[in-house]
Write a protein that binds this ligand. Structure first.
Ligand SMILES: C[S@@+](CC[C@H](N)C(=O)[O-])C[C@H]1O[C@@H](n2cnc3c(N)ncnc32)[C@H](O)[C@@H]1O
Length: 556
C-alpha cells in the first residue's frame, strides 16, 4: 500500500488511521507512536506486550528484532532500548554502533544527544562517534547548527556542531535560536540574546517567548503581558499587571514579621528540639503552650515546620535553622534579629550623610563567642556561594594563593581541596585567626603592609565592606603583595549599570559596615586608583562574580 499523506494515530492510540478515518491496517497494538518517513516509506514505533518494534503501513514488523522501547525514525535512524541499554538502529533493525548508553535522543541535523553511564551528555554523529571530546551535565538537540549545553556548574551556553563554543557567555538557562535570537535567563530574569550571546535589550522578564515575525510575548514580574519588538520596545500591552500592589507593599513593610518569627524560634531553641509535640516543646522551651502553638503556626505558614500526627517536624527549608546543618543559618537569624537590625535603624541618618561610625568587625572581635557565631554565619554563606564557583577559578598548579580577610577559612579550605597542587594561605584579624583550624594561617591587617608575596590574592566579599578610600587602600596593599604578573581575584556581587537588583544588599552594607556594593565600572575606577586594571570578568553560578585585576604595567 502506498500512502502519500502521513497516517495519524486513532483516538484509542492502538492503531493508525487514514485521512478519511478508516483503519490503515488490521493488527492492534497496546500503543503506537507517529509514523516518520524513511526514504519513501512510512515507519512507526509500536508496543505489544513487553515487545517494542517498528511497523510499516500494513501494520507489519519491518525487521525481526524486538526491544523494550523504541522511538521514531529521524535522519533515517531510531533510538531503541535493548537489554543492555539505549542505542540507535537503522531501517533493518541493526545497531548503528556497539556502544550502549543510559539515554539516547533522536537525530536532528545528523547529530544526536546521548548520556553515558556517568550521567554525562554529549553528541554523536550518524556513524555513532562522539563529535567532540567535551562532556556536559546536559545538552539539547542542534537547531540550525547550534545546540545548548549545560556545564557542571549549572550554567548554559551555545555550541557549534564541532563542539566549539559559539560565544563564551553563560546563562542560568538558555534556548536554541529561533529567527536569529535565543531566549536566555540571567540572574535578573529572561531576555533574548543574539549569536554573540549579547542581550538585545536591557529589560528582564519573568518569561519570554521566541520572536514570531519580529515580535515576542513577554510576562513582567508583576504579571503584565507585553509584546516587544526586536529592539525591546514595548509594541503592545496584552494584559495589565495582575499583582495587587497595595497588598504587596503592605507585605514588604512588615518584612520584620518574618525576621522576628524566625529569630524568636531560634532564640527559644525550637528547631533543636524537633520533632516534638506542643506539650513536649512547651516544657523543654519553657513557654506557654497556647502562645507556642501560635509561634508554631507562624513557622508552619513560613514553610519551616509541619505537623505530622501531633508532632511538629522540621521541613527541608527549616533544617537550615538547626545548628547541625553544615550551612546553618542559626547564627544569621540571631545577627539579623539583633545587631544588624539595630544598625539598619540608623539608615535615615546614614542617607542624610552621617558616617557609619562603628566598625562591625572590631565590635565582633571584642567577644570570642560573637566571633564564633558571626563567622559560622559567614562560613555558611561562603559554602553556599563559593562551592560551585571553584571550577571556574583559573588558579594554576604551583601558585601561591592568599585568601585575604578570609574569615575562619571556609573558602581557603574549599580552594585547597579543589586545587591540591597550590599553596593556599589565610589571613584575617587576630581574634578570627585564633578560631580558625586552617593550617597556613596568619594574622594580617588589611590596612597595614601584608606579609608574603602571592601569585593570586583572593578578596572575597571584602571590598564591599568598605567605602571607596578604604577599598583603594586595600587594593593598594594587595598590589604590593603580588608577585610579578600576579592577579587579584575579587569575588563580589556586581550591581548592574542600569538595573536596580542588588540595591537592598547595598543598603544593608551601608547600614552594617559603611561599605557598598559596586558596578563593574565603579570597581574599575577603584582599581585604577590603585594602579590596577580589570583583566577579566567571569559570571559565577551564585550571587557573586569573579573580577580579575592585574597591574596596569603588566600587559601580559
Ligand atoms: C564579609 S567578611 C568576608 C569573609 C570571607 N572573605 C568570606 O567571603 O566569607 C569580611 C572579613 O574581613 C575581615 N576583616 C575586617 N577588617 C579587617 C582588617 N582590618 N584586616 C583583616 N581582616 C579584616 C573580617 O574579620 C571578615 O572575616
Amino acid at each position: 500500500m502506498s500512502i502519500l499523506e502521513k497516517p495519524i494515530i486513532s483516538d484509542c492510540g492502538r492503531f493508525h488511521i487514514e485521512a478519511d478515518g478508516s483503519p490503515l491496517y488490521t493488527p492492534r497494538f497496546d500503543e503506537v507512536l507517529a509514523f516518520h518517513k524513511v526514504g519513501k516509506r512510512w515507519i512507526a514505533p509500536v508496543k505489544l506486550g513487553a515487545e517494542a518494534f517498528h511497523i510499516d503501513t500494513d501494520g507489519l514488523p519491518i525487521y525481526g528484532q524486538r526491544f523494550y522501547r523504541c522511538f521514531g525514525f529521524y535522519n533515517d535512524l531510531a533510538a531503541v532500548v535493548g537489554e543492555d541499554g539505549w542505542y540507535h538502529i537503522d531501517e533493518s533493525g541493526s545497531a548503528l554502533y556497539s556502544q550502549r548508553y543510559e539515554f539516547s535522543g533522536n537525530y536532528q541535523e545528523k547529530v544526536c544527544v546521548v548520556m553515558d553511564s556517568d550521567g554525562l551528555y554529549f553528541h554523536l554523529n550518524v556513524i555513532g562517534e562522539p563529535v567532540y571530546d567535551s562532556r556536559w551535565r546536559y545538552c539539547g538537540d542542534f537547531r540550525d547548527g547550534v545546540a545548548v549545553v549545560q556545564a557542571g556548574n549549572g550554567l548554559s551556553t551555545h555550541i557549534l556542531p564541532d563542539g566549539s563554543l559559539l560565544h563564551d557567555i553563560w546563562f542560568s538557562d538558555l534556548d536554541v535560536f529561533h529567527k536569529g535570537y535565543a531566549r536566555a535567563k540571567t540572574l535578573q530574569g529572561w531576555c533574548h540574546v543574539d549569536k554573540q550571546g549579547n542581550a538585545i535589550y536591557s529589560e528582564r522578564y519573568a518569561s519570554v517567548e521566541p520572536f514570531y515575525n519580529g515580535f515576542a510575548r513577554c510576562e513582567t514580574d508583576d504579571g503584565a503581558l507585553l509584546i516587544i519588538d526586536e529592539s525591546g520596545h514595548v509594541a503592545r500591552q496584552l494584559r495589565e499587571p495582575t499583582s495587587d500592589t497595595f497588598s504587596e507593599l503592605s507585605a514588604e513593610m512588615v518584612g520584620y514579621w518574618k525576621t522576628y518569627t524566625i529569630y524568636t524560634s531560634v532564640k527559644l531553641g525550637v528547631f533543636e528540639r524537633l520533632p516534638a509535640s506542643i506539650e513536649q516543646l512547651s516544657l523543654s522551651c519553657q513557654c506557654k503552650s497556647q502562645r507556642l502553638k501560635r509561634l508554631m503556626r507562624g513557622l508552619t505558614e513560613l514553610g519551616l515546620v509541619y505537623l505530622k500526627g501531633n508532632r511538629y517536624v522540621v521541613s527541608n527549608k527549616g533544617s537550615y535553622l538547626c545548628l547541625s546543618h553544615e550551612k546553618t543559618l542559626v547564627d544569621a537569624s540571631i545577627e539579623y534579629g539583633e545587631d544588624l537590625l539595630q544598625r539598619w535603624k540608623s539608615l535615615p541618618e546614614l542617607i542624610q550623610g552621617k558616617r557609619q561610625e562603628s566598625d562591625i568587625f572590631s565590635v565582633v572581635a571584642t567577644n570570642p563567642e560573637r566571633v564564633r557565631s558571626h563567622h559560622r554565619m559567614l562560613a555558611s554563606y561562603a559554602l553556599h556561594d563559593y562551592s560551585a564557583a571553584l571550577p571556574l577559578l583559573p588558579i594554576e598548579p604551583g601558585q601561591r594563593v592568599l585568601d585575604a580577610a578570609g574569615g575562619t577559612g571556609t573558602l581557603a579550605t574549599l580552594l585547597q581541596d579543589h586545587f591540591p597542587d597550590t599553596r593556599i594561605f589565610l589571613g584575617d584579624l587576630a581574634p578570627v585567626i585564633a578560631q580558625s583550624s586552617f593550617p597556613a594561617k596568619f594574622v594580617m591587617d588589611l590596612f597595614s603592609e601584608w606579609p608574603g608575596v602571592y601569585d593570586v590574592i583572593v578578596l572575597a566579599r571584602v571590598l564591599h565592606d568598605w567605602a571607596d578610600t578604604d577599598a583603594i587602600s586595600i587594593l593598594h596593599n594587595s598590589k604590593q603583595a603580588l608577585s610579578p604578573n600576579g592577579e587579584i581575584y575579587l569575588l563580589e556581587m556586581l550591581l548592574s549599570e542600569n538595573e536596580s537588583s542588588g540595591a537592598l544588599c547595598d543598603l544593608h552594607l551601608l547600614s552594617v559596615t559603611g561599605g557598598q556594593e559596586r558596578t563593574l565600572s565603579e570597581l574599575g575606577v577603584l582599581a585604577c586608583q590603585a594602579e590596577l586594571q580589570i583583566k577579566q570578568v567571569i559570571e559565577l553560578p551564585s550571587l557573586v562574580s569573579l573580577v580579575i585585576l592585574k597591574g596596569i604595567e603588566n600587559h601580559a
